[in-house]
Write a protein that binds this ligand. Structure first.
Ligand SMILES: NC(=O)C1=CN([C@@H]2O[C@H](COP(=O)(O)OP(=O)(O)OC[C@H]3O[C@@H](n4cnc5c(N)ncnc54)[C@H](OP(=O)(O)O)[C@@H]3O)[C@@H](O)[C@H]2O)C=CC1
Ligand SMILES: O=C(O)CCC(=O)C(=O)O
Ligand SMILES: [Mg+2]
Length: 447
C-alpha cells in the first residue's frame, strides 16, 4: 500500500504525565515523567514489549506506586513510514527534544543506497554527542574469553562527527567527479602521488587486470568519496565528558583510542586534542615524559591516568589484557566497532546497553548497541537484555537509583537461575531456554 504522505503524526501526551526539565543542578524529574519511546523495526517490538514490563515492575517495586513512567509512543522507521510516509517525522524528533529523555528500539538502515541511518540522524538532530556504552560481565553469562569478569569498560564514542557525518559522494556521480577534479586541481602534490580516480590511472589498472585474465573493458572512473571531519570542539566535549565521568566514578584511566598513525589530522588530532583537554580542564601533566598524562595530587581526580592506544593494537589488548583498560574515549567509527567487539567478550550484543547523551542540554536517547536482527523479528526469541539494561541506564539517569538497582538485581537472579534466551542457552550448560517475553517474566518474578 502506498504511504499516505499527507497523514501527519502527533504524539499524544499521556494524561497525568509531566515533562522532565533541565534545572540548574541537573534534571528535574516529576513523579510521573512523560518518556517518549520508539518501538523500532525488526525485533524492536519484541524487545520493547519485554522491556517496558520490566521497567514498570522495577519502578513499582522501588516506589510502591508513588512514581510511574508515563510512556508516550512516537514513530520512527517502518512504522512511521507506513503511517505517515516519513521515516522520521519531525513530531518524533520534536518530542525527544521537548521531553528530554527517551528510549528507542533499533531501526533498520539499508546498505549502499536508500535512506541514511535514522539512528545517526536522531543523534545528530538532537546533538547527542556522547554514545555511552558500558561493558561489564554478569556472573554466569557465557563468554568466549577465560576471564570475562576482567572486562569492565565504559566506551565514550563521539556521536556526531567522523565518517558518520554522512558527507559522501557516490562512485561515478557528477559530484564525485567534481571532488576528484577539485583535489587534482588544488592539491596536485598529494593527489598525483597516487593518481587514483584519474582517467589515466583507470586505464592503467584496466590494462593490468586484463593481463591477469580480466576481460577487455572500458570502464568509467568510479571512486566513492567520504569525508571525515574531526573538530577540536567535538573532541573537547566528548573527552571532557569521559574524564568527568571517570573522576565522578573513581575509574583508573581514560584511554584515547585512535588510528592517528595513519589518519594524522583526524584520528591523530583527536589524540592530541584529547591530551590538551586533559591538561587545560583537569590540570593533567605528562607522566614520565609523556605522551601519557596524569592528574596530579591536589586536584579532583588525582591519580587518574589519561593514555592513548592505536585502535588495531587496542583491539588485541582488550582480549589479552582487558584489566589495563577502563574508560575509553574514541571517534564514531572506532566506537561502533569497539562496542560490538567488547560486547562479545561479556556475552554478546544481546546484553549490550547504551545511551546517546548531550550532557550540556540533558537530552538523552537510550538504546541497545545491537540492530534489528531481522531474521528473528516477531519470533519472541531474542534477548531483551540489551534494551532492558538501556532502560536501567535511563532510570539511573533520572536519579531513580532504587528502580535501576532492582533491574540489575533481577538480571543477576535470572541469569544465576539459568533461565536465559537462545543466545546464552546455546553456550551454557544446564540452561533452560526462555523466550524474549519469558525472560522478562523471569526478571519480574525475581523482583
Ligand atoms: N542503533 C540501531 O538502531 C542499530 C541498527 N542497526 C541496523 O540493524 C539492521 C541489522 O543489522 P545487523 O548487522 O544484522 O546486526 P544486528 O545487531 O541486528 O544483528 C546481528 C546478530 O547479532 C545477534 N543479536 C542481535 N540482537 C540480538 C539480541 N537482542 N539478542 C541476541 N542476539 C542478538 C544475532 O546473532 P545470531 O545470528 O548469532 O543469533 C544477530 O544475527 C541493519 O539495518 C543495521 O543498520 C545496527 C546496529 C545498531
Ligand atoms: O544506524 C545504524 O543502522 C547502525 C548504527 C550502529 O551500528 C551503532 O550505532 O552501533
Ligand atoms: Mg554498531
Amino acid at each position: 500500500m502506498a504511504p499516505d504522505v499527507d497523514r501527519a503524526f502527533t504524539p499524544t501526551p499521556p494524561a497525568g504525565g509531566a515533562r522532565i526539565v533541565k534545572g540548574p543542578r541537573g534534571l528535574d524529574v516529576p513523579d510521573h515523567p512523560i518518556i517518549p519511546f520508539i518501538e523500532g523495526d525488526g525485533t524492536g517490538p519484541d524487545i520493547w514489549r519485554a522491556t517496558v514490563r520490566v521497567l514498570d515492575a522495577a519502578v513499582a517495586k522501588a516506589y510502591g506506586g508513588a512514581r510511574q513512567i508515563a510512556w508516550m509512543e512516537i514513530l520512527a522507521g517502518e512504522k512511521a513510514f507506513n503511517a505517515t510516509g516519513n521515516w522520521l517525522p519531525d513530531a518524533s524528533v520534536d518530542a525527544c527534544r521537548e521531553y528530554l529523555v527517551s528510549i528507542k528500539g533499533p531501526l533498520t538502515t539499508p546498505v549502499g543506497g536508500g535512506i541514511r541511518s535514522l539512528n545517526v540522524a536522531l543523534r545528530q538532530l538532537l546533538d547527542l554527542f556522547v554514545c555511552l556504552r558500558p561493558v561489564r560481565w554478569f556472573e554466569g553469562v557465557p563468554s568466549p574469553v577465560k576471564q570475562p569478569g576482567d572486562v569492565d569498560m565504559v566506551i565514550f564514542r563521539e556521536n556526531t562527527e567522523d565518517i558518520y557525518a554522512g558527507i559522501e559522494f557516490e562512485p561515478g556521480s557528477a559530484d564525485a567527479q567534481k571532488v576528484l577534479d577539485f583535489l587534482a586541481r588544488e592539491f596536485p602534490k598529494g593527489f598525483n602521488k597516487i593518481r587514483f580516480g584519474t582517467p589515466a590511472r583507470n586505464a592503467e589498472w584496466l590494462t593490468q587486470l586484463e593481463a591477469i585474465g580480466a576481460p577487455h573493458r572500458q570502464l568509467p572512473v568510479q571512486v566513492g568519496i567520504g569525508i571525515k571531519p574531526v573538530s577540536y570542539l567535538g573532541t573537547e566535549r566528548l573527552v571532557h565528558s569521559a574524564i568527568g565521568y571517570a573522576i565522578a566514578n573513581r575509574r583508573k584511566s581514560v584511554t584515547l583510542v585512535h588510528k592517528g598513525n595513519i589518519m594524522k589530522f583526524t584520528e591523530g588530532a583527536f589524540r592530541d586534542f584529547g591530551y590538551q583537554v586533559a591538561r587545560d580542564f583537569f590540570g593533567a601533566v605528562e607522566l614520565d615524559g609523556g605522551p601519557w598524562h596524569v592528574i596530579p595530587e591536589g586536584r579532583p581526580g588525582a591519580g587518574l591516568v589519561i593514555k592513548d592506544a592505536i585502535a588495531d593494537a587496542f583491539l588485541q589488548q582488550i582480549l589479552l589484557r582487558p584489566r589495563d583498560y577502563d574508560v575509553c574515549a574514541t571517534l564514531n567509527l572506532n566506537g561502533d566497532y569497539l562496542s560490538d567487539a567488547l560486547a562479545a567478550q561479556v556475552g554478546g550484543i544481546g546484553i549490550a546497553p547504551g545511551a546517546n547523551i548531550n550532557y550540556i542540554t540533558g537530552h538523552a536517547v537510550f538504546e541497545a548497541t545491537h540492530g534489528t536482527a531481522p531474521k528473528y523479528a516477531g519470533l519472541d526469541k531474542v534477548n531483551p537484555g540489551s534494551l532492558i539494561l538501556s532502560g536501567e541506564m535511563l532510570l539511573r539517569y533520572l536519579g531513580w537509583t532504587e528502580a535501576a538497582d532492582a533491574v540489575l538485581a533481577a538480571m543477576d537472579q535470572a541469569i544465576a537461575g539459568r533461565h536465559v534466551t537462545y543466545d546464552f542457552a546455546r553456550l551454557m550448560d544446564g540452561a533452560t531456554e526462555v523466550s524474549c517475553s519469558g525472560f522478562a517474566d523471569k526478571l519480574i518474578e525475581a523482583m
